[in-house]
Design a protein around this ligand. Structure first.
Ligand code: PAF
Length: 280
């Protein structure tokens, strides 16, 4: 496994495999890898001959008062995990390499980025789609792997890849969870002890919605109010509890077919997001 910092060098390396027609699988990450990332890497390993994992804490997707500086980083541990999983290349660029002086091009997906997290993190998805387009252009993978935990991100990236004719297959893998249901996230490392005990309530509230829908409830407002009651006991602040159409991410009033139930809440000093898809 090689750890490559230079864009040119990575492109040169990957050109060789591409010439031989070897399929390239790509897992973009911000590092501090956990079981969720590893499940994406394992799937990529199974389906491709060359595996690239990028580790880049992307400043463009953090708001001015967000945790860019504090975001957990541990390249040595990440590299050991990647090596064990059979990754061929870790791409670990510097911020200056990705956003050199004078950088001025951004990619924005409209329509899918205004609701849910987009409402609370206004520049976030523009930062995500910009960096992911750059990474896609650098790596030129056949398939890229994302986690369902960031459902809105995956939907936005799939739209971008399709709209811009990138010719990259986007695969979305199930959310990896701790034994108590908490969705795995690099940021969980920073939960306070009380926050860690309260955090599984996010998933419990989602399960409540799932159970209600499965047992015939169709009124989204009523379901959300039950979830709010449960979550309020554990969360310091709730950004949103939403039931949306998984195609266009618009709020749903009367549940029909498949819906995405999604939550963002502040617990133990961290903003946690999670979601489930439910079919009525
Ligand atoms: O999900 C993440 O870790 C990031 O948003 C991504 C896709 C690597 C872009 O920075």
């Amino acid at each position: 496994m090689k750890i490559i910092h230079s864009i040119n060098k990575l492109q040169k390396e990957l050109r060789r495999g591409r010439k031989k027609g070897l399929p390239v699988g790509f897992v973009p990450t911000m590092g501090f890898l956990h079981e969720g990332h590893l499940s994406l890497i394992r799937r990529a390993r199974k389906e491709n001959k060359v595996i690239v994992v990028s580790i880049f804490v992307n400043p463009a997707q953090f708001g001015p008062n967000e945790d860019y500086k504090k975001y957990p980083r541990d390249l040595r541990k990440d590299a050991a995990l990647c090596k064990k999983e059979g990754v061929d290349y870790i791409f670990y660029p510097a911020v200056k390499a990705m956003y050199p002086e004078g950088y001025s091009t951004y990619v924005k997906v409209e329509g899918l980025t205004e609701n849910l997290c987009g409402k609370y993190r206004p520049a976030h998805f523009r930062g995500v789609t910009t960096v992911v387009s750059k990474l896609f252009n650098i790596v030129r993978p056949d398939t890229a792997y994302f986690g369902q935990k960031d459902a809105q991100q995956a939907i936005v990236i799939r739209r971008m890849a399709e709209d811009l004719n990138m010719g990259i297959r986007i695969k979305v893998m199930p959310t990896a969870r701790e034994k108590d249901g908490l969705a795995m996230s690099s940021r969980n490392a920073y939960l306070s002890p009380d926050g860690r005990s309260a955090a599984p309530t996010v998933y419990r509230a989602l399960q409540l919605a799932g159970d209600l829908i499965k047992s015939g409830s169709r009124d989204a407002a009523k379901i959300k109010s039950g979830m709010r009651k449960m979550l309020s006991a554990a969360a310091d602040k709730i950004d949103y509890i939403s039931i949306v159409n998984p195609e266009d991410l618009k709020d749903v009033k009367k549940i029909k077919g498949k819906v995405l139930v999604a939550v963002a809440a502040w617990i133990g000093g961290m903003r946690l997001i999670d979601n489930i898809e439910v079919k009525a």
